[in-house]
Design a protein around this ligand. Sequence first.
Ligand code: PLP
Length: 343
Amino acid sequence: MQPDIIDLRSDTVTRPTEAMRAAMMEAVVGDDVFGEDPTVNALQTKAAALFGMESALFCPSGTMTNQIAIKLHTQPGDEVICDRLAHIYLYEGGGIAMNSGASVRLLDGDRGRFTADQVADNINNKNDAHFPHTRLVAIENTVNKGGGCIWDLEEIERLRALTQHHQLAFHLDGARLFNALAAKQQNPKTLGALFDTISICLSKGLGAPIGSLLLGTRDHIRRAHRIRKAFGGGMRQAGFMAAAGLYALDHHRHRLTQDHEKATLLANTLSPLSYVAEILPVETNIVIFRLSEGVTPERLLAYLSDHQVRAASIGKQLMRMVFHLDVTHSQFDRLLGIVRAFR
Ligand SMILES: *Cc1c(COP(=O)(O)O)cnc(C)c1O
């Protein structure tokens, strides 16, 4: 066991529970590049069915599922529309350019959420040879850099109608989609019906050690399988990891609201404190706050570290704390005392 560290840097830091480890050890496996791993196949079938989509592909990371989706939907020189806070743009190593040779049109949304009208204003005239072909609209739900905020379903429906009208592909980076679904009590199928492709992560709030899935039509996933191979993401006895994912889907989805409750309580505790200038509205498991002038992120991080708390600095004066299944109730109580005592 680690010393009693409260690690709030990300919801990716969780370690598999005993029960998840047991499920992994018992997994029946095969060579997934040949499509012969029964546990991977079961996970893919289950995830696709959950969202009412035809097919799914298990991949090592959410970056890979997003990048495969972008590659599926674009040709070099095409343009992708996304928000300026989007993970696919900010945090995937320039992958849109490197893997797909596509350009990006950045929109200025409200904490990462733009409107269908904004997209309509940014679709290029495809008959004018000056402009790149607008080909794909990608959104993120919840928005990581937007403080875990959730998209309004009606805006997504407007975007679906617009993208269909203009024959654009529509992709959802759903790394934390299960947080949004839990918070809004939405049926995954409602979202599944609105996108061409969806990327979901098992290694965020769901607590699996590795793994993401790309969901789409049978044809998308057949093509995605080839792209995954070319990206070096074809895994062999991946069923050990898929077993963790199956366990997470069965057992860790409904507890996500506990993380949301902790995030809200932390925000309420931080809000009157003088070193906190502003907190983004908390909707799920992420708390992003801006430090008052004169308080540096380095000083707060050092103080937290002295008290066995880890958090992340995510930009000028911006701090992020993320809740997940490895933060216990007693750790949480301790945390509230620690943040209250900082001067
Ligand atoms: C974490 C994350 C991903 C995928 O990250 P990987 O570390 O590659 O699994 C994608 N999108 C968002 C919004 C994320 O937060």
